[in-house]
Design a protein around this ligand. Sequence first.
Ligand code: NAD
Ligand code: UD1
Length: 346
Amino acid sequence: MKVLVTGGTGYIGSHTVLSLLEAGHDVLVVDNLANSSRESLSRVQEISGRTAVFHAVDLLDEPALREVFARNSGTEGSHSRIDAVIHFAGLKAVGESVSQPLRYYHNNVSGTINLLRVMDDYGVRTLVFSSSATVYGESNPVPYIEKMEIGANNPYGRTKEQVEDILSDVGAADSRWHIALLRYFNPVGAHESGRIGEDPLGIPNNLVPFIAQVAVGRREKLMIFGGDYDTPDGTCLRDYIHVMDLSEGHVAAVNHVAQKAGVFRWNLGSGIGSSVFDVLHSFERAVGHELAHEITGRRAGDLPAFWADPSAALADLGWSTSKTLDQMCQDHWRWQKNNPQGYTTA
Ligand code: NAD
Ligand code: UD1
């Protein structure tokens, strides 16, 4: 297939572009580079020996997006035509979404509406969307299953929920759409080559990128947000998933929905809850020594514990995770150690 990947220079996008190229698909990338570097695609090319065609386009610029589809609009089934879209492009920082809600709704929701309109006009109706476990909100019991009522508790999460609603309505209105809503749990790690990985701008919001920057000497110590939760060691439990398992989940999903019309929801997680200390100790094993840390107050909005029930993805897609927390930390560390300043060292 010829797959257009929005947000394809970003963290999960670049790993998925690699998996798609390695699976034999042709890939076009659309990204405005708001939170990423083109260098990621040069490295993907170096690893795979294949090239993804890059277009520096903002989804909010509908004419420019239309032009990409116009240039790839052969007859159905022909080599020049886009067969499917995997849509990663979006802003993802929860705290920033609270202070800049309009920017988040505009970028994530309006950007997606532009994409859907252009896809529809060009008859490209196969879409895989990056949703998030955050749509399950605060009141669902764990593990999360796809049929639960959703209700996010912050603007970022609500952009995901709104796009899920829009896509459900689009699929209900027109049976020619083939749509996968993938709810990711906590992606970490990097490709085993250590050539591509997560490269956050500024202070990392998420746990593993923060630990990695402590390990490489960019931050003094990890602040653990709360040690008094009702969990085995007092810290929160999350379902960490290796980014390569996640990228392979996308390949499985796009292959599946390409053959099947409708709107489908799948959790992509391991089904295992790990605590902040589990992750810290695993990372310390990868690095070979202890890392400075201190327990501080809880972070607003954090839930004590959640993880996926991943059985629907196994039953429908034949997909499940294969990599352990230790492999996630080893691979994340290899990337960080070899690229202490991320892609800017290139
Ligand atoms: P990322 O920031 O590394 O990648 C997102 C990419 O989208 C970036 O390259 C950015 O430049 C691009 N982008 C943003 N707005 C754009 C626009 N208007 N037009 C064109 N490009 C645009 O983030 P990621 O971690 O790779 O996440 C990918 C997707 O997965 C996002 O939609 C995110 O919300 C979702 N997600 C991420 C996580 C996570 O923990 N990383 C968890 C659940 C869901
Ligand atoms: C966060 C987002 C969530 C998003 C997810 C994946 C919030 C409130 N939630 O969730 O919407 O879907 O990332 O991108 O931001 N931790 C520390 N110290 C740190 C960083 C994190 O102790 O410096 C702890 C957190 O309290 C949490 C765990 O580590 O218990 C994981 O945190 P994080 O990586 O931010 O992921 P989530 O909390 O699951």
